[in-house]
Design a protein around this ligand. Structure first.
Ligand code: PGA
Length: 242
């Protein structure tokens, strides 16, 4: 079975002391560029220069200038960050990010040499009303509307049903497979090329072996379980050929 890509989204967790302990526990155990850790912005420098890649959890919609509290794509890239998570449902919900904002960030990220991890996903209501495909298609095509075929290899889609994030609830394996297949088909049809698709939402050390069996998944985006080094290392052990 092939090796998967693992993206750790540490979100707004861990203090400076906890971050230090986290890094000590991980040590030199992760020597694989298919593992991407996305810490809180201020801790990014501590994660650089080890055996894995580092990502940022968000970037500004603007190039540069008077935008207090923001970090630009260029700044992230200039310190050695190679990935950016965009369109995460928590940013859509709490920071009120629109598809248009996300589209702008995708362009800026790519322009400045960041690989974009674009999160899309339906709500529970969307799924119950059989709107999943429509929602996925809209979110994806809006965010990618200014993107050309040559950019697709620098984009990874993370399929994350919003109702699965942090809830312990996971769609049926067949439903994940179907959604991932749909995403890949839309990209193939639109850009005539293939794209990597990850699954995210309540991925744990207890379910990673089962989820890994789903044929068309290229990897996983992990929130909560990635904040505990032991759980995270176990997930990597199962999903990534180190
Ligand atoms: P979770 O988060 O693993 O805690 O469900 C996933 C995510 O937010 O991407």
């Amino acid at each position: 079975m092939s090796s998967k890509k693992i993206v750790a989204n540490l979100k707004m967790n861990l203090s400076a002391k906890e971050t230090k302990e986290y890094l000590e526990k991980i040590g030199t155990k992760i020597q694989n560029k298919n593992v991407i850790i996305c810490p809180t912005n201020i801790f990014i420098p501590y994660f650089l220069g080890h055996g894995y890649e580092v990502g940022i959890q968000n970037i500004s919609t603007e190039e540069k200038g008077s935008y207090t509290g923001e970090v630009s794509a260029m700044q992230a890239r200039s310190i050695g960050v190679h990935y950016v998570i965009l369109g995460h449902s928590e940013r859509r919900k709490y920071a009120l990010e629109t598809d248009e904002d996300i589209g702008k960030k995708v362009v800026l990220g790519l322009t400045h040499g960041l690989h974009v991890i674009l999160c899309i996903g339906e709500t529970e209501e969307d799924r119950n009303e059989h709107h999943t495909e429509k929602v996925l298609q809209n979110q994806m095509l809006y965010a990618l509307k200014n993107i050309e075929k040559k950019d697709i290899s620098n984009i990874t889609i993370a399929y994350e049903p919003t109702w699965s994030i942090g809830s312990g609830k996971i769609p049926k394996e067949v439903d994940i497979e179907e959604a991932v297949d749909f995403i890949k088909k839309i990209i193939l049809h639109t850009y005539h090329t293939s794209i990597e698709v990850l699954y995210g939402g309540s991925v744990r050390k207890e379910n990673i072996a089962t989820l890994k069996q789903i044929n068309n998944i290229d990897g996983f985006l992990i929130g909560e379980a990635s904040t505990d080094p032991e759980k995270f290392l176990r997930i990597i052990e199962v999903a990534v050929i180190v």
